[in-house]
Design a protein around this ligand. Structure first.
Ligand code: M6R
Length: 613
């Protein structure tokens, strides 16, 4: 939630940083988009210029003619409101009374109210309702007491509590940006004659791939040729932490597609293949499985889509490794941490590696002696860094707020772990396990085929569904977890109500809503006789109430009776079902959103990475 960027440069090499700020911020818009703003030290005059307003980045950039300005160093912010409604006053950057200090922040400063009272009692005038503004006034206060700027910043950091990634600029030091991180992510980008700070790597890709991920409690400053990091008053040796990211610039651009979501859906055949190859060559899934095999109690957690991938892990671990896995939504960790003990393993699933609920669950489990396996898409993000083992998906940056390619690559990684767990535990024979690993190689092909075969039915269905307000998505066995993810995808981008249930559960209440034309999806977990027989009963129950029944399944499902729309996505089995079933549903959600005039990349009220509880 919220994205921040800061750039400080040698004017001989980068005469104007404003373009970098705008471009960097555009690449962070997925983190929040209800307001945007810029602050920079103007070339020549040395004045602090602040341009900000509610609305999207491009509106603010156009509306204020941001690109007509020249800055030697600057900050930028895109906001997802926590304290105070979206408005010009509440948009970042925030300034002090004298208009000489600018601050951008992602997170929540828990003790801001008491700090604000204190500062007001000393005559500081606040203009926003935000927690962030206290940082600018505190810094001003310490400068006015004669402290050196870095000492003033240290004092600010020592006083604020909560989650924050902060960058601060002031007119007294135009070639320096102060930063601090606690809980909210912040990364330093190392350039030639410039340095950057940012909430995330994609914003820096056009300029540098050399990054240092900051850790909790670290603060310091960047200058064009210098990075200084400190923790608890001690200098931090950061040079060995420099990572070179392999993501290309293009991977964070739309590449001719109208939306990132569509691009990311279409990339799935490739990234599934790359993830598969990466998992095989790195041995990460095997290492994770070995750790899990030692556990006496296994949990899996995540939020939203990542939780749904976790459900599939629980399912496959039961099926392929006879291993019970307790799945829980990460924000509910308070109940489950009581079960954690040395000998437990928690599998923490998070594409960003920064989701606060998942991070808190991880820390709670670790504090009770459990060990953690992270499944993440972002190298050097916090959750992998704090875990005992890491399994990386190789999906490349996902910019669309709705998770698509990261979901299926997570599922692939987790399924590989389940297979290896089955092998280590002797539940699967060596050749059986190797056969399953080989079958997973086709995940990308199945996704490609799903998109090809399904597209015509999807287009027809969109016309019908866009006239409805509500729908059900049902499944059995593995189809249940897929149904949860499908319903989330449909509702978050189209704003139509979609609810998932195990098909058998639907007659214990939900069926009361079904009337003529009410859409009911059935996502098939396989084409086996047994599975089809079970689903058949549920389809007929819905048809008997005049529902519009839609089945997504393999060719064998054409034998089901009472089906109005059959989306044949090609052959698959229980282990490969996600790659055949989900892409077509993601495409449906995307097309539904576009036909209803929604922006699928930036659904209302959402942010890509949730870093506040
Ligand atoms: O980065 P994470 O995987 O930890 O994010 C968790 C959820 O916020 C995320 O999966 C969310 O539900 C999806 N963006 C929805 O499409």
């Amino acid at each position: 939630m919220c994205g921040i960027v800061g750039v400080v440069a040698d004017p001989d090499l980068v005469p104007n940083v404003v373009g970098m700020l705008v471009e960097g911020l555009r690449r962070l818009e997925y983190r929040g988009y209800d307001s945007a703003g810029f602050a920079f030290i103007e070339c020549g005059t040395g004045r602090l210029i602040v341009l900000k307003d509610r609305g999207r980045i491009d509106d603010v950039v156009k509306g204020y003619g941001v690109l007509r300005y020249c800055g030697v160093s600057g900050l930028a912010h895109t906001r997802w409101a926590t304290h105070g409604k979206p408005s010009r006053e509440n948009a970042h950057p925030h300034t002090d009374c004298g208009g000489r200090v600018a601050v951008v922040h992602n997170g929540i400063i828990r003790n801001y109210a008491e700090l604000r009272d204190l500062l007001e009692s000393r005559g500081h005038k606040f203009v926003s309702e935000t927690d962030t503004e206290v940082v600018a006034h505190l810094f001003e206060e310490f400068l006015s007491r004669g402290l050196e700027p870095f000492e003033a910043f240290r004092r600010v950091v020592s006083l604020i509590e909560g989650a924050y990634a902060i960058a601060l600029l002031h007119v007294g030091e135009p070639n320096r940006i102060y930063f601090a991180r606690n809980v909210s992510p912040l990364v330093i980008g190392l350039g030639e004659g410039f340095n950057m700070v940012s909430s995330d790597i994609p914003s820096m890709l056009p300029y540098t791939r050399r990054v240092v991920a900051l850790r909790d409690g670290e603060y310091g400053f960047i200058e064009p040729y210098r990075v200084y990091i400190e923790k608890d008053g001690e200098a931090v040796e950061w040079r060995r932490r420099v990572t070179t990211v392999t993501w290309s610039v293009e991977s964070a651009e739309k590449g001719g597609y109208p939306h990132f979501m569509l691009k990311e859906i279409m990339e799935q055949p490739r990234v599934l293949y790359e993830t598969y190859e990466g998992l095989l060559s790195s041995g990460e899934a095997i290492d994770a499985a070995k750790l899990i095999a030692e556990a006496d109690l296994v949990f899996v957690t995540g939020a939203g889509t990542s939780f749904h991938a976790g459900l599939l892990f629980a399912y496959y671990s039961a099926l392929l490794a006879s291993t019970p896995v307790i799945p829980f939504i990460s924000s509910e960790y308070g109940i489950y941490e009581r079960l954690a003990r040395p000998g437990s393993v928690l599998v923490a699933v998070s594409q960003s590696g920064e989701t606060i609920d998942t991070l808190k669950a991880l820390r709670a489990f670790k504090s009770r002696g459990a060990r953690v396996v992270a499944v993440s898409n972002v190298v050097a993000s916090t959750i992998p860094r704090e875990s005992d083992r890491v399994v990386y998906t190789r999906a490349g940056p996902e910019i669309g707020v709705a998770a698509t390619k990261t979901f299926l690559t997570q599922v692939l990684a987790l399924t590989m772990i389940s297979v290896e767990l089955g092998r280590v535990r002797g539940v699967l024979g060596d050749s059986e396990a190797s056969g399953l690993v080989a079958a997973l190689r086709s995940a990308g092909d199945l996704a490609g085929r799903s998109l090809q075969l399904g597209v015509r039915e999807v287009d027809r269905l969109v016309e019908t569904l866009k006239t409805r307000n509500s729908m059900y998505v049902l499944g059995r066995d593995i189809g249940v977890a897929l149904a949860y993810e499908a319903a989330l995808k449909i509702k978050e981008v189209s704003y139509l109500h979609a609810e998932a249930y195990p098909a058998g559960e639907s007659k214990h209440g939900p069926i009361a809503l079904v009337e003529k034309g009410f859409p009911v999806f059935f996502l098939l977990g396989s084409g086996s006789e047994e599975h089809l027989d079970k689903v058949q009963g549920n389809v007929l129950e819905m048809k008997a109430r005049d529902a519009l029944t839609i089945v997504v399944g393999p060719p064998a499902a054409s034998r089901l009776k009472g089906v109005d729309v059959f989306i044949n996505v090609g052959e698959y089995d229980e282990v490969t079902a996600p790659y055949a079933v989900m892409p077509v549903i993601q495409l449906l959600a995307y097309k539904l959103a576009v036909s209803l005039g929604r922006d699928p990349d930036k659904p209302r009220n959402l942010a890509k990475t949730v870093t506040v509880e």
